[in-house]
Design a binder for this molecule. Structure first.
Ligand code: NAI
Length: 329
């Protein structure tokens, strides 16, 4: 039998945690032949709630669940970690400026990066879900100089899946018929869902849609503002869909993306597509042999260029702000 994989989940007592842990323990993260040990990290006030979730995990009698440990200390939680899902974050509260938000999250993701640097397994893979996800990932990565930078990623897979669903609805097809869609930039309202390289049943998706007004005024804002629409409808933010996207992201990273398709991942830029090196920005990417590779050679038209640049500019502003706060060099 395979050795268990250590999966650390932060914010384990939160609503995404509740939707995520059962799917990890059932084998959907890594595959049905891989046992997992869960390492849950919470703040002290939420440890009891995490213990409650752990009781329910026990009660599922998942054959692949090899153990659950609960921590309120990052060093312990990340000791030996193979897959780190950084979900817990400081949400923006009323009257909070962006600088305050970045600083509060720097206080979480800096020490977590250090703890990963100190104790993670050599093959560690990190997915940051907690917002502002791209910049939180940048902060964590900056605090883990001994871990290859490309092991730090942030989640735009939920945006990717939302875009797939919206496009499928527009064209009257299923998501299975759509390939090669891309989310570029920041996981924020400036993100750019790009269908110019997407294929629908082998046809170019932008040509199949043939409606620039829909693209500009409906599709892009619907995808970018979907999170707010969910809060409005549900009275709580996306949780099961966010957990599902985290599962998809790590599953593809470990097991590879399907031949003839790609997905969207925020990862440290190597300068591709004019995105400044080191910024954690969303790109079209395939996973081969356990590593993400940015899809190269796509032609970027003017419509796309403008939007990618705007989102990348926002990422640069966030990076400059955390630099100013001394959270990164
Ligand atoms: P939640 O508020 O229900 O849960 C967050 C949990 O994190 C809480 O239990 C809290 O105690 C814990 N936490 C806070 N600081 C911590 C720390 N330093 N260490 C460990 N745990 C800590 O929030 P929810 O709904 O689960 O969302 C979590 C994050 O995911 C939020 O930042 C949210 O904005 C983000 N998100 C990101 C998405 C994406 O597509 N990238 C989609 C949806 C949500």
């Amino acid at each position: 039998a395979k050795a268990p994989v250590n999966v650390t989940v932060t914010g384990a007592a939160g609503q995404i945690g509740y939707a995520l842990l059962f799917r990890i323990a059932s084998g959907q993260l890594l595959g049905a032949d891989t046992p997992v040990k869960l390492r849950l990290l919470e703040i002290p006030q939420a440890v009891k709630a995490a213990e409650g979730t752990a009781m329910e995990l026990d009660d599922c009698a998942f054959p692949l669940l090899a153990g659950i440990d609960i921590f309120d200390d990052a060093r312990q939680a990340f000791d030996g970690v193979n897959v780190a899902l950084l979900v817990g974050a400081r949400p923006r509260t009323k009257g909070m400026e962006r600088g305050d938000l970045l600083e509060a999250n720097g206080g979480i993701f800096g020490p977590q990066g250090e703890a990963i640097n100190a104790g993670a397994a050599d093959d560690v893979r990190v997915l940051v879900v907690g917002n502002p996800a791209n910049t939180n990932a940048l902060i964590a990565q900056a605090h883990a100089p001994d871990v290859p930078a490309e092991r730090f990623t942030a989640m735009t897979r939920l945006d990717h899946n939302r875009a797939l669903s919206q496009l499928a609805g527009k064209l009257g097809v299923t998501v299975n018929d759509i390939k090669k869609l891309t989310i570029w930039g920041n996981h924020s309202a400036t993100q750019y869902p790009d269908i110019f390289h997407a294929e629908v049943d082998g046809r170019n998706a932008a040509e199949a849609v043939n409606d620039e007004a829909w693209l500009r005024d409906t599709f892009i804002p619907t995808v970018a503002k979907r999170g707010a629409a969910i809060i409005e409808a549900r009275g709580a933010s996306s949780a099961a869909s966010a957990a599902n996207a985290a599962i998809d992201h790590v599953h593809d990273w470990v097991n590879g993306t399907p031949e003839g398709d790609w997905t969207s991942v925020a990862l440290p830029s190597d300068g591709s597509y004019g995105v400044p090196e080191g910024l954690i920005s969303s790109f079209p990417a395939v996973s081969r042999n356990g590593s993400w590779e940015i899809v190269q050679g796509l032609e970027i038209n003017e419509f796309s260029r403008e939007r990618i640049d705007a989102s990348v500019r926002e990422l640069e502003e966030e990076r400059d702000a955390v630099r100013k706060l001394g959270l990164i060099k």
